[in-house]
Design a protein. Structure first.
Length: 242
């Protein structure tokens, strides 16, 4: 439906467990059990997508590829958007061959825009460009290097033919403070490509507010901590999203 907001419940994996971070900080995480069980629960509630994140790869402390492959292999009835530290050819090669429907290039990848342009050229709509934003700066998860001003970089990505973006307000991520509507509107004003939102959602009312942006080009929403904390269920969120 044209007015439907696509929901992607997130499973962030660290050290073999499903966890949630606050403000992208690995030392501020809470464990929520087996990623395989969490994935099955989301599917049981009606998920058509799962946003699957390898946090250890994102923070350069290892990877969870065997477990990620197992989740993808066992959940054939749901589409996977794979994320977490995909910023060079080696991590990209795994993502491309993983069986995931889409993969999310890390904001850290934007430090090498020539490589990003090549990925976009080769993989088109399978490549989602992650835009982790703090203020007006792009700040890579697990990185100390900033990747530039968001709208300057966005202009370049548009010229490369980027097909889809995932926008996260880092200051709100995992904090249950509500989404950054103004940031999303500003990004939607700069691109006609589909945009996914992430960060801050704490209530069904927040989902209602984001659904109102579908007409502007907002395609989907990555849901995290609010689900894990029990603020609402995925089933309830899907009813609101349409």
């Amino acid at each position: 439906m044209a007015n439907q907001l696509q929901l992607l419940p997130a499973i962030d994996i660290s050290n073999g467990s499903s966890v949630r971070l606050s403000q992208n900080k690995i030392d501020k995480n809470i464990e929520y059990g087996s990623p395989l069980e969490v994935a099955q629960d989301f599917v049981n509630q009606g998920a058509s997508w799962i946003h699957l994140v390898d946090l250890d790869q994102a923070f350069g402390s290892g990877d969870n590829r065997i477990l990620i492959s197992e989740v993808i292999e066992t959940q054939k009835n749901v589409k996977i958007q794979l994320s977490g530290g995909i910023k060079n050819q080696e991590t990209l090669d795994f993502a491309v061959s993983s069986g995931a429907e889409r993969f999310n290039l890390s904001t850290g990848a934007l430090i090498d825009l020539d490589w990003v342009a090549k990925v976009i050229s080769e993989h088109g709509s399978r490549a989602v460009i992650g835009l982790d934003v703090l203020g007006d700066e792009l700040v890579a998860r697990g990185e100390t290097v900033q990747a530039g001003k968001i709208f300057e970089v966005l202009d370049k990505l548009e010229s490369f033919g980027a097909q889809r973006y995932l926008v996260t307000d880092v200051s709100k991520d995992g904090m249950l403070l509500g989404p950054n509507i103004e940031l999303l509107k500003a990004v939607l004003d700069k691109t006609e490509k589909p945009v996914l939102a992430s960060g801050g959602v704490s209530s069904l009312q927040d989902i209602e507010e984001l659904k109102a942006l579908v007409s502007l080009g907002l395609e989907g929403l990555v849901l995290g901590k609010a689900l894990y904390e029990g603020n609402f269920t995925l089933t309830q969120a899907l009813e609101i999203a349409g």
